[in-house]
Design a protein around this ligand. Sequence first.
Ligand code: EPU
Length: 350
Amino acid sequence: MYDSFRTILRVLCFVRIELNKDLKPFNTFGLSSVSERLIHLSQPAELDEYFNEYRELPTLVLGGGSNMLLTRDLPGTTLRIEFPGIELIHEDSDHYYVKVGAGVVWHDFVLVAISKGWAGVENLSLIPGSVGAAPMQNIGAYGVEIKEVFDSLDAFIIEDKRFETFSKNDCKFGYRESVFKRELKNRAIISSVTFKLNKTPKFNTSYGAIDAELERMKVSEVSIKAVSDAVIAIRQSKLPDPKKIGNSGSFFKNPVITTSHFNVLKEDFPEIVGYEGGEGLTKVAAGWLIEKAGYKGKRIGNYGVHDRQALVLVNHGGATGADVLALSDEIISAIKSQFKIELEREVNII
Ligand code: EPU
């Protein structure tokens, strides 16, 4: 153990290593979890060096820490990906191709895109997390998913110890899904993402609340800045700010059930909210189910369910990941017994 640790120190003498570090500042839920070794990596080449010289797999690879529930202390190594850079690498008549380091804060990238007139990510304003984590679960909000502006990404394949480029097809994007959550789970580390952004904006304000917000803001001419401002206002009105109340955004996915099951539920609950979810399938608003089951705004000591969006579990300060996990188990059971629907967690349980 001592020898291997000395190896890391020798090899990674240029990177920042912290011992027995509480990850509380590095996860948006604000949960304490002590990492035996936290290694900050500031450029992709350091991945190469880490995996070539040091054989122990990291216990955790951390980006913005916005989609995880830390339930325990972590032995071994946590790698924090902090690769910077937002670079316009190419353009054609319709698009800008912009390569972004995995460690860039997602919303910082959105703000740069808006200031440069690169269109396509305005609906994805204010989503917490890093650019490298965004394709993992194909982040989406207000009618847009990252796959719509995705060109390619570079990832380090741990077992092969080399970087590989992934096209949109290679990523197998689905609703809050990608190959990096399935076949390549714990096997690849995204180092950069290249976006294909539009020169001429294609506004997507179909999501009802955006139009209403633009009207409230008295916007006469829609622009990517105006759409971004509207999305920010909507998010701020519904979703807790992780800097003030710990959370990971939607804790569960919206479940997809058969339309016949949905129609049966609709007889008992005419106000149930569902959307077309593919042939013969309906995607149900999990927030509605959780609210109907009586959990919206429920507080158990220092944790609970957000009072304005039941899909979001919150840490009011001092909760443990185990507390929040137990609450999520209870909600899953309640929804199963009341609606015969199995909710799936969106956050990663560590
Ligand atoms: N609803 C309720 N009660 C609630 C919450 C929602 O009845 O407590 C109903 C609403 O009235 C509405 C429907 O559910 O009719 C949908 O609600 P909302 O527009 O808030 O969207 P969502 O389906 O709950 C999804 C994403 C969010 C994203 C919004 C907006 C998932 C799991 N969540 O939530 O993403 O911001 O749409 O596009 O798909 C995230 O992933 O962290 C996240 C916040």
